[in-house]
Write a protein that binds this ligand. Structure first.
Ligand code: ASP
Length: 349
């Protein structure tokens, strides 16, 4: 009888404690929702065009002007959509497509070359309202990989498709297909040649070679309805091989969006971003530690990644319209547009 009483007491106490924990957890979720619906910020668009060793002394005035103009165009195109009542996802896609078409960036035309001398592209999108996501990886003939990622999200039961299967799917969706040569540029070919030379000389560790990764593109937007969306598109890293896939098409690593925390698009040494679940880590910090989007991004990029040796950056945006553009490299092509004003930056300050 005594033993029965003891067991009974333990069960009752345990249930009470569990109930208490659940309530706390629920309260926290409610708090977050209340906080995030309290104040919806103005329509906002944040973009990046890649992080890396981008130094003023290595840049010609014409190159700098070209980058600034293209970033500005990408902002204007996406922001106009938001102004006209378009969704954050529409703005993200439109803005990224401007950069995919430009040879300046490592996405679409101008993508970097693999070890074998091809272009293999990765892209992903995530909708912060529905939590849905789509991605393509290692595709070689889809003209706009970011558009294909959207199709995966909207028209398939899957999140990620890769290689020939993703291309087959894109064709079925009526997307424009191109020859792989469409993506190639002389500048990126030279970068591959240089990387191969360095590798052959073995004068430097391949991973120390800084020229292999400029220009992944990404965008995060907040629309009139208060919904966040994020997307990233890339050619990956110069001299990558054997079907290597980076962080850009991986939800939670290179891209993440959630109305109750933030939207994130990353750029940098993908392996580190995957291992550290960078995009999700930033969002999770906001939810569980209640740190701001700026504090969360800074912690992950300047402390956690730096400690591990990972270089790169992120753009982030929360529902109140707070922006973070954090990077631990000398530069990151980036910009944002809010209250009708566009701002473009390249170097640290
Ligand atoms: N994150 C990309 C990758 O690792 C490269 C970059 O952003 O520069 O594929």
């Amino acid at each position: 009888m005594r033993l029965f009483k003891q067991i009974f007491t333990v069960i009752i106490l345990g249930t009470a404690l569990l109930g208490c924990n659940n309530n706390d957890e629920n309260k926290q979720i409610v708090d977050i929702q209340v906080k995030s619906t309290n104040k919806i910020g103005p329509i906002t668009l944040v973009i990046h065009g890649g992080a890396g060793t981008i130094l003023k002394e290595n840049m010609t005035a014409e190159m700098e002007k070209a980058y600034r103009e293209k970033l500005n165009e990408a902002l204007q195109v996406g922001y106009k959509m938001l102004e006209n009542g378009g969704t954050s996802m529409e703005a993200v896609i439109a803005s990224i497509q401007v950069m995919e078409k430009s040879p300046l960036f490592n996405s679409g035309v101008g993508a970097v070359y693999t070890h074998e001398g091809r272009n293999e592209l990765d892209a992903s999108v995530m909708d912060g309202h529905t939590g849905k996501a789509g991605a393509v990886a290692g595709v070689t003939t889809i003209k706009s990989p970011i558009r294909a990622a959207l199709e995966v999200m909207n028209n398939s039961p899957h999140v990620m498709m890769s290689g020939p299967g993703a291309e087959e799917f894109a064709k079925e969706q009526g997307l424009e297909m191109v020859d792989n040569a469409y993506f190639g540029t002389k500048r990126r070919k030279k970068a591959l040649e240089k990387a191969l030379e360095k590798e052959a000389e073995q004068t430097s560790d391949l991973l120390q070679y800084q020229d292999w990764k400029y220009g992944t593109v990404g965008a995060v937007a907040l629309d009139k309805a208060g919904n966040i969306a994020a997307g990233t598109s890339t050619g990956g890293m110069t001299n990558k091989r054997y079907g290597r896939i980076g962080d850009s098409p991986i939800i939670g690593a290179g891209t993440f969006a959630e109305n109750s925390s933030c939207g994130v698009s990353a750029t940098g040494h993908g392996e580190y971003f995957i291992r550290n679940a960078v995009a999700y880590d930033i969002a999770a910090r906001m939810k569980y530690l209640h740190t701001s989007v700026e504090q969360s991004a800074r912690k992950v990029i300047q402390e956690k990644l730096v400690k591990k040796g990972g270089s790169g950056g992120v753009i982030c945006l929360d529902r109140e319209g707070n922006i973070a553009m954090e990077f631990n490299t000398p530069g990151m092509y980036r910009g944002f547009m809010q209250d009708g004003k566009a701002h473009v930056f390249i170097y640290k300050n």
